[in-house]
Design a binder for this molecule. Structure first.
Ligand code: C2E
Ligand code: MG
Ligand code: MG
Length: 346
């Protein structure tokens, strides 16, 4: 651990890149031979698993343990425990604030699933695809929608007016009853529909064609907002931007993170923001980690910022305390221009 601390300290020294002082962050996963693996491949894999967990620890240094290696157990075991977590409601929904790029006022929060299982945090990127494959996603989505709308109602009761964004996976869009269930929850918690944003990743929008378009238009008719997440990572097609009724583009964090060091990322970010604005869409930048990125995004007239620089995702209790220290902005009136067949995008 001492050696790891020394390595991190030396990697963390500020670097000067073309006049910019960058402070590199690092995480360390440790695997010891022959206990954790006999070949180079096995050891590297174990170190990789440990460094993945180090994302969620402080300091970010983790020694490999087979008990925390999710890849070493069967998907069935994982799903059995996920089902139990859903039934016991030990699964959690955390929230990450989004702020207006100019005023810094809080405009909303993104709901993100969190699952702590046997003292380890299992990343959503890992359990969501498993749940999707096992047909559990509709229940997970209902759970997230319910928790998120309940949170909006609670924030409102405490004097904070902000909306919430919920991620939907492909199977949820094929679930023809989902719009009715969402409408029911909106009524139950007395939430104005534009306070709910539905995020769908660009690859999903691209991949499912007609089914997605129909699912989306049913959701849209409820009056909720639609956002295209991770924009720029799919095979961005201008065709779907023309045909779909959407409100927001979320610039993928891969462009945001190296904005200040990569001219190409900066050019793409600027182009996406310009494209979004000319279509009447709000543009959100995700993964904003540095002041440099924030300033550049401001210069590019990006509307909303989300990322560790603003705040990390947090549970409801922590967010309530955070909101007490930050001002919220009345949820924007819907400023989007409808992209319909006769809309401005043609
Ligand atoms: P996403 O929707 O693009 O969510 C943003 C991810 O970026 C979150 O990861 C968040 O913690 C992370 N993030 C936010 N700010 C920063 C930053 O400044 N730097 C970096 N490096 N990362 C940042 P998370 O929570 O691990 O979620 C990963 C993905 O899992 C999400 O990506 C989303 O696609 C999916 N997901 C999470 N919750 C749900 C859910 O309830 N339903 C569905 N269908 N998918 C979900
Ligand atoms: Mg998202
Ligand atoms: Mg995203």
């Amino acid at each position: 651990m001492n050696v790891a601390a020394r390595i991190r300290a030396s990697l963390g020294r500020p670097l000067n890149v073309e006049g910019l002082a960058l402070s590199p962050l690092s995480k360390i996963g440790i695997a010891i031979g022959p206990i954790h693996g006999k070949s180079t491949e096995e050891l590297l894999r174990a170190a990789d698993v440990a460094s993945d967990l180090a994302r969620h620890t402080q300091p970010p240094v983790v020694v490999y343990r087979v008990e925390t290696d999710i890849h070493s157990e069967s998907r069935l075991e994982l799903l059995t425990r996920l089902r139990r977590a859903l039934d016991d409601e030990t699964l959690e929904v955390w929230f990450q604030p989004k702020v207006d790029a100019i005023s810094g006022l809080v405009v909303g929060a993104e709901a993100l699933l969190r699952w702590q299982d046997q003292e380890r945090w299992i990343p959503p990127d890992l359990f969501i695809p498993a749940a999707e494959a096992a047909g559990m996603m509709n229940e997970l989505t209902d759970f997230v929608v319910r928790r998120s709308l309940a949170a909006v109602a609670k924030w409102k009761a405490n004097g904070h007016s902000l909306g919430v964004a919920v991620n939907l996976s492909p199977s949820s869009l094929e679930d023809s009853d989902l719009p009715a269930r969402i409408a029911g929850e909106l009524r139950r918690f007395q939430i104005h529909p534009p306070s709910l944003t539905i995020e769908i990743t660009e690859s999903v929008v691209m991949g499912l064609g007609q089914t997605v378009a129909e699912g989306l238009s049913r959701l849209r008719s409820l009056g909720v907002r639609i956002s295209v997440d991770d924009f720029g990572t799919g095979y961005s097609s201008l065709r779907y931007l023309k045909d779909l009724d959407i409100d927001e583009l979320k610039l993928d964090r891969s462009f945001v993170q190296d904005l200040s060091v990569s001219d190409r990322s900066a050019t793409i970010a600027r182009a996406v923001i310009g494209l979004g604005h000319s279509l009447g869409l709000q543009v959100v930048a995700e993964g904003v980690e540095t002041v440099e990125a924030r300033d550049l995004l401001n210069e590019m007239s990006c509307d909303v910022l989300q990322g560790f620089l603003v705040a990390r995702p947090m549970d409801e209790t922590k967010l309530a305390r955070w909101l007490d220290r930050h001002q919220t902005k009345q949820t924007r009136p819907d400023r989007s221009v409808r992209i319909t067949k006769t809309g401005p995008a043609k």
